[in-house]
Design a protein around this ligand. Structure first.
Ligand SMILES: O=C(O)c1ccc[n+]([C@@H]2O[C@H](COP(=O)([O-])O)[C@@H](O)[C@H]2O)c1
Ligand SMILES: Cc1cc2nc[nH]c2cc1C
Length: 352
């Protein structure tokens, strides 16, 4: 099977016109549901129907460790990655709570956590652990490629395989990996040509001096991988196993015409890579929020994305995607269940 699936454009102007007229015919002043209307249109286009219904939403949280973390680019030690994976599975993390609240089925993937997360049987309805470890963390990208081309291809394929086995028609993206804001910054800098100073932020909480040190390390990583300019080369040289697995998951979900709900800075970086490989993936994406992390606003511009929420979140894990989820459900319900002026016998606008 080819590593990158063919992803055709789904922009269908006839269906878009039918959806718009259905939205305009609902019992409300024209445009009065604001951006929920554009969301409803997008969901109808992705699912290819005037009556979109979201089924069995799946939250996929990909976790891995990063050689770069040894260079002091994060406010927390790498051990927090496996500790948080355990917390996701035990039900105590933010994403665990929000997934439970909203009925999102949580799958946690160990894509290459330094300390292997032991396999276990999940109770029915409890979060599931998937082992798709490429290695125990990447190499330090400030000294050369973070992963080999073969490892990168393996992680992409793992993401595709995970999504292929999931039910439903919606994929929500989350991640965990100490050091992975550095990966996202590097991919934005390399793939979009944005100066590192505009891509580098506090992550888990560095102060100004810490951010300056982080930026210097990231400059070294770009220099050490100067030849890695294409999306796959850049992903292998600068990326993390969780980001590559997520990029594969995005490609597979798009090829199956699932709705993809993007979280913060790191999952957006995975989407950036996927979009460079197959631009039509963006037609299937809903961007849940604008993260407080420096670089995310610029990343969203690059992706021509207008996120739903702006709550100053900078957690990752899929927390923003889970918080935005009810808006997607509401947008579909409005399309399916709201009366039209004709069906409810409500008068339309007065002639002016
Ligand atoms: O999603 C975001 O926008 C986001 C912004 C800042 C930090 N994070 C989370 O924090 C971790 C990465 O931060 P750092 O400082 O270790 O690079 C990783 O586990 C992410 O889930 C996530
Ligand atoms: C505690 C903690 C929780 C997280 N969740 C996602 N990234 C994280 C980083 C830290 C440090």
């Amino acid at each position: 099977m080819q590593l990158i699936p063919d992803i055709p454009s789904i922009d269908d102007s006839a269906l878009a016109a039918r959806l718009q007229s259905r939205i305009d015919g609902k019992t409300k002043p024209l445009g009065a549901l604001g951006r929920l209307e554009a969301l409803a249109l997008r969901l109808g286009l992705i699912l290819g129907t005037e009556m979109p219904e979201l089924r069995a939403p799946q939250m996929l949280v990909c976790a891995a460790d990063h050689g770069l973390a040894a260079r002091g680019v994060s406010a927390y030690p790498s051990d927090v990655t496996w500790q948080m994976v355990e917390n996701f599975l035990a039900g105590g993390a933010a994403v665990s709570v929000l997934a439970r609240q909203h009925g999102l089925v949580l799958t946690v993937a160990d894509c290459g956590v330094a300390r292997e997360v032991p396999a276990r049987a999940a109770a029915p309805g409890a979060p599931r652990l998937v082992h798709c470890r490429v290695a125990a963390g990447t190499q330090d990208a400030s000294g050369g490629p973070a992963m080999s081309a073969a490892q990168c291809a393996q992680a992409l394929q793992n993401g595709r395989d995970i999504v292929r086995g999931l039910p439903g028609n919606v994929l929500l993206l989350g991640e965990m990996g100490i050091g992975n804001t550095s990966v996202a910054s590097l991919l934005l800098a390399r793939l979009a040509g944005v100066p590192l100073a505009e891509c580098t932020g506090a992550g888990t909480g560095l102060d100004a001096a810490g951010i300056a040190r982080k930026q210097a390390v990231l400059e070294q990583a770009l220099a050490a991988n100067a030849g890695a300019t294409g999306p796959l080369d850049a992903l292998a040289a600068l990326g993390g196993f969780e980001v590559a697995t997520l990029a594969g998951a995005v490609l597979q979900a798009a090829s199956e015409r699932r709705v993809i709900v993007v979280d913060g800075f790191i999952t957006s970086a995975a989407v950036l890579v996927a979009a460079r490989l197959a631009p039509a993936v963006l037609e299937r994406c809903v961007f849940s929020h604008r993260s407080g992390e420096r670089g995310h606003a610029r990343m969203l511009e690059e992706l021509r994305a207008e996120p739903l929420l702006d709550l100053g979140l900078r957690l990752g894990e899929g927390s923003g995607a889970a918080l935005a989820w009810p808006l997607l459900e509401s947008a579909c319900r409005v399309l399916r269940e709201m009366a039209s002026f004709a069906s409810a016998g409500v008068a339309g606008p007065s002639a002016s």
